[in-house]
Design a protein around this ligand. Sequence first.
Ligand code: ADP
Length: 528
Amino acid sequence: TVSPDRARRIFDDIEEQFRLDRDALIKITEQFLTDFRLGLSEYNQAMAMIPTFVTGVPNGTETGTFLALDLGGTNLRVCEVQLLGNHQFHLRQQKYKVSEALKTGEASALFDYLADSVDAFLTEIGSESPTMPPTSDPFTSSPSLLDMTQQPSIPLGLTFSFPVEQTALDQGKILTWTKGFSAKNAVGHDVVQLLQDAFNRKHLHVRCVALVNDTVGALLSRAYSAGGCILGSIFGTGTNGAYLERVENIKKLGDSPARQKGGFMVVNTEWGGFNNSRTVLPTTSFDNKLDRESINPRLQAFEKFISGMYLGEITRNVLLSLIDAAPRPLLFNGKSSDDLNRHYGLDTAVMSEIEEAWEVGREDPLSGHSDAPKVNGVRPDWQFMHFTDVDKLPHEDVVRLERIRGIITQRMGISASDVSLTDAAIVRWAVSLVAERAAKLSGCAVAAVLVQTERARIGGGFVPDEERIIIGVDGSLIQHYPNFGTKLRDSIRSLVGAEVEQRVDIGLAKDGSGVGGQFAIYLRLDYR
Ligand code: ADP
């Protein structure tokens, strides 16, 4: 067996690499603010800070029925949304799978598929009542309406959740692909035009009139439900945020009409690209391996620490390092599995299951280890004690570890005979290290927006005017990962203080990407 000291050093070293104390979080948040300002002033920055030309948010009284298309990750969705005018909406939608071949082939094939999906939706599911223009234009002071007589086609809002340099509400060049997409002949092209060309090739009477991404969708959707919203953010396959910025701060708009008009505009931060230069994020050897083996090395650096696409992969790298530890393995008797050997073979959803199994039945979900004192939010020794003294654990914890062992055999394909309870404890420890770091870093991004919009100060001691600071979130990670939201809030609190954190109202942006495009249709005539 391995000497406890040596094993301990290895575990301590891993834990040290993932550690993020308050000082580190503050430094990261400060860098966020610097990068925000740089991106607002100049084009082609790591943090793209894209003006979206969305200049208002709904208040929940808007009505109308719209068509939208949502491409952003795992699924493609076509939706018809009926806004009821009372903060609620009806949604009819159909999901279509996007194959690897479409993600990585010719862009025209991908966009043909989008057009075919809209066609199929309209044929199979489409409303008997055709898509209607807005009955009022509550976003702007001008009474501009879509003129349906001039425009016989069905207007469609596109939610396209990849970096796009937007130049108008219905115009934007694809900057780069993310999240495993790499379709050829798309980067540098206008995404609305690519889609419109596909509609035209298929003689579909559909016109793409508004373009948003999922973060803007989340912001607009939460605003519709809650009566206002300052930030829409995504913690799913990828991560990103869009917030309401003063137009005067968006210096790179120069003297454009949009800038002269003043007021507010939604800015899509593309915060997934934060720290591509790798200066402030606490990068571990496991992150380096992930990055080197990814399809976009050195890009989307922040996203790779945070989002659903990557957390499983980071954890897989940690587990493999323990399986392969020499001269003696520290996990699973040194045996791996086909699943664990496969690139991206560990889904983040499995981490969720493990954390769930560990938290089940606990009163305070974060107090599982409250016996150990916290130092700067880090519990120094409990993890290691759990590995070495599994038999001294209370019965309930042993039951939880048994459950985790079952998940490991089922979901990672390791033989039960190679998974000890200590192994189960080690896996849970690794999972929580990776997830906790992700949640804390997510808190930095949110805190940076609070500071940028003058609602908070780093270090705390600031009391904002608003009773409620409304934030919309979407994505499987924030929705399903146990305690991700709680840890994110802890991070916000440690950065900007309890006064602000208590007023932050984080809520699910219901079907944000689905409905986002529709809301944007309201603004269609603004900057043409
Ligand atoms: P998208 O961001 O593509 O719209 P989702 O928000 O559903 O889609 O995010 C999908 C990502 O979330 C995948 O990377 C997947 O691994 C991860 N995921 C799916 N289910 C869970 C879960 N229960 N807990 C944590 N992560 C999950």
